[in-house]
Design a binder for this molecule. Structure first.
Ligand SMILES: Cc1ncc(COP(=O)(O)O)c(C=O)c1O
Length: 343
């Protein structure tokens, strides 16, 4: 990896971050007349800008020190900040493997960064030889890789990820949004080995808190400091910090839900095999299943008519549909509706 200072955009390196009232005085007691808050009510105070209590809770469950954790307003904020910290608009490039999560491309475009799109193989794996020639491009600053991948559902081979992270001068953002649905250990345990790695996870999937909008990034302390420098001062509301903190204290219930979802995924997989209009079901390490069908548009519309909404991914992979694993009864209704479709 290149030295971090040379990877960061010069304007980011030299800028002075906003210093908020809560940066200047960190005590909890006193008469607070420093932040132009309203003295009345119980939601009148600004949140803790660095979410220290929440990070300390996350640190315990993830085994990652607080100084290596950044929290974003959803993972989507973390993706955008990564572009803004490392990629000079109109000059630098990013790379991803397609098909994948659409926000990488959207964030690249919003930041005027060219995205190199390397196709995954037929089985949706990364072929290192397809990547190798790009690694020498001096303007390539950032690689975004999703494992398990959305919308294909498979995890990427560990040996390839190791080779890619270890062999790249720039930053690798590894999106592990769906890691809790696999037995695969997180790369967050390997930050000591890879100073160029940012591992991203979220409370939106296994933790069941998509409406709360809290995403996590795990990285070296210097990278985390750049995230802190660039973020809006109060990016996670007090209400959201408290909600997540409460949830991480009920880890056993979350594990139980994840187990149920994984069991349902396998039951749904077996059920989908019986559906004549479905031609292929891809193995999934996530909480959704990708299927190849005879006529995805017709199947999609027919399910909508039955009040069941899935995701038509035909624009990415021909005639493919992505089905999120629901409750047992929702999955049964889906299977029944699919069985009745005649094309
Ligand atoms: C791969 C991947 N990363 C990130 C996200 C978004 O996560 P968040 O809700 O934390 O913004 C999604 C949402 O579908 C996703 O599929």
């Amino acid at each position: 990896m290149e030295c971090l200072e040379t990877l960061v955009r010069p304007n980011v390196s030299s800028m002075t971050p906003y210093s908020c009232a809560r940066d200047e005085y960190k005590g909890k007691d006193g008469i607070f007349l420093d932040a132009n808050e309203n003295p009345f009510g119980n939601l009148n105070r600004y949140p803790d800008p660095y979410q220290e209590e929440l990070k300390s809770g996350i640190s315990k469950i993830k085994g990652v020190p607080s100084e290596n954790i950044f929290l974003g307003n959803g993972s989507d904020e973390i993706i955008d900040l990564t572009f803004r910290i490392f990629c000079n608009p109109g000059v630098d490039k990013a790379l991803t493997f397609t098909p994948t999560y659409g926000m990488y491309q959207v964030s690249a475009a919003a930041n005027d960064v060219e995205m190199i799109r390397v196709p995954l193989t037929e089985k949706f794996n990364i072929k290192f030889s397809d990547l190798r020639s790009h690694l020498d491009d001096k303007n390539l600053k950032l690689i975004l890789v999703c494992s398990p991948n959305n919308p294909t559902g498979n995890k990427m081979r560990r040996s390839v990820l190791d080779k890619m992270i270890g062999g790249f001068r720039g930053i690798v953002l590894l999106d592990e949004a769906y890691i809790d649905f696999t037995d695969e250990p997180s790369f967050a345990g390997y930050l000591y080995k890879y100073p160029n790695l940012i591992v991203m996870q979220t409370f939106s999937k296994a933790w069941g808190m998509a409406s709360v909008r809290v995403g996590m990034a795990f990285a070296s302390a210097p990278i985390i400091q750049y995230f802190n420098k660039m973020k809006p001062p109060y990016n996670i509301s007090t209400l959201n910090q408290k909600t997540v903190l409460k949830k991480i204290n009920s880890q056993a219930a979350v594990r139980n839900e994840v187990r149920k979802i994984v069991n349902e995924r396998e039951r749904l997989f077996a059920g989908l095999k019986q559906i004549p209009v479905i031609l292929h079901i891809y193995r999934s390490d996530a909480n959704f299943i990708l299927v190849k069908s005879i006529n995805a548009d017709k199947i999609y519309n027919s399910l909508v008519d039955s009040g069941i909404i899935i995701r038509n991914r035909s624009s990415m992979i021909e005639n493919c549909l992505r089905i999120t694993v629901g409750t047992r009864s929702e999955n049964n209704k889906l299977l029944k509706a699919l069985k009745s479709i005649r094309l």
